[in-house]
Design a protein around this ligand. Structure first.
Ligand SMILES: Nc1ncnc2c1ncn2[C@@H]1O[C@H](COP(=O)(O)OP(=O)(O)OP(=O)(O)O)[C@@H](O)[C@H]1O
Length: 288
């Protein structure tokens, strides 16, 4: 049995009349990359802040690395890394000195120079942190989140401002951390990022969990019907089918070879996600 790092039951949080978190259950295993998806204002940050120990819950229970995050102390905090949505405030120092400075807060930090290399800032190590570009600044935030060698890493929109290559490099870094046993809780609005990285995604809408599954299977995606398309007599043809392989082999037989402009399309994670969020809105509006 894999070790459970985060366990929450019935989490609740209200801000005035706003029920930001309305009863959330979660179970996240060691080494898992677990991604929250959901529209603006869905309750993701509030949930994550409760798990990080930065926000009090109004109801429910939570265990994170074996402790209640609402009561845990310094030793527990040193085992948790956080990359906030906002840039971390840093002193007016060179990148290397900023990372060394933060490493000093932890009992068993990584080598700061190795972390700087890992996030791709080796060539900027002597530059002032405030002179970095937006994407480079975000890499520094990631460096500060991992320098303490956390067992559990929270990443809130970590790749905002990254160029496509930097984003792919970052994904590699996160996979490596998870492969070495770090549990990663990722909040992102990039569906592609969730699909690439997450072992499981959790869709939150209006303060509740709407679905938890692998990106490939979310919302019945793996078994959803496929659309097979091709060109015939100058016209685009399409069929919706449970058996795309059979349709394609029939087409291959009929065309005796290459089928013109053949395509097979299953719903993307984005299509499934948008459908789920729309259904939630419609159901709640109907109930209101
Ligand atoms: N400090 C606060 N005071 C009052 N209301 C708040 C506070 N923080 C969040 N809320 C409200 O709680 C709800 C959930 O907000 P939350 O920040 O958890 O959503 P989110 O899913 O993280 O959104 P986003 O994707 O925009 O970051 C929203 O309606 C928000 O306006």
């Amino acid at each position: 049995m894999s070790e459970t790092v985060i366990e929450a039951e019935g989490l609740k949080k209200k801000y005035g009349d706003t029920e930001a978190v309305a009863g959330i259950d979660l179970s996240i295993a060691r080494g898992e990359i677990f991604s929250f998806l959901g529209p603006n204002g869905a309750g993701k940050s509030t949930t994550v802040e409760i798990l990080e120990g930065f926000r009090n819950r109004d109801g429910g229970s939570a265990r994170v690395l074996g402790e209640d995050p609402g009561r845990a102390g310094r030793e527990w905090r040193s085992r948790v890394g956080i990359v906030w949505q906002q840039e971390t405030m840093v002193p007016k120092l060179a990148v290397r000195d900023v990372v060394r400075h933060f490493a000093g807060y932890y009992p068993l930090p990584h080598d700061p120079d190795a972390v700087i290399e890992l996030v791709g800032l080796g060539h900027k190590a002597e530059d002032l942190a405030e002179s970095l570009s937006g994407g480079q600044r975000r890499r520094l935030d990631v460096a500060l989140g991992i320098v303490g060698q956390p067992e559990l890493l929270f990443l809130d929109e970590p790749t905002t401002g990254f160029d496509p290559r930097a984003r792919r490099e970052f994904w590699g870094l996160i996979r490596d951390l998870a492969a070495r046993g770090t549990t990663i809780v990722l909040t992102t609005h990039y569906l592609e990022e969730a699909e690439e990285l997450a072992d499981r995604v959790c869709v939150i809408a209006r303060g509740r969990v709407r679905a938890v599954d692998t990106p490939a299977a979310l919302g019945g995606r793996a078994s959803a019907q496929a659309t097979v398309g091709w060109l015939e007599d100058g016209e685009r043809r399409e069929v919706l089918t449970d058996e795309p392989t059979r349709v394609v082999s029939e087409l291959a037989g009929r065309f005796t070879g290459e089928v013109p402009e053949l395509s097979v399309h299953r719903p993307t994670l984005e299509e499934i996600y948008l459908g789920m969020v729309k259904d939630t809105d419609e159901a709640e509006e109907a109930a209101a």
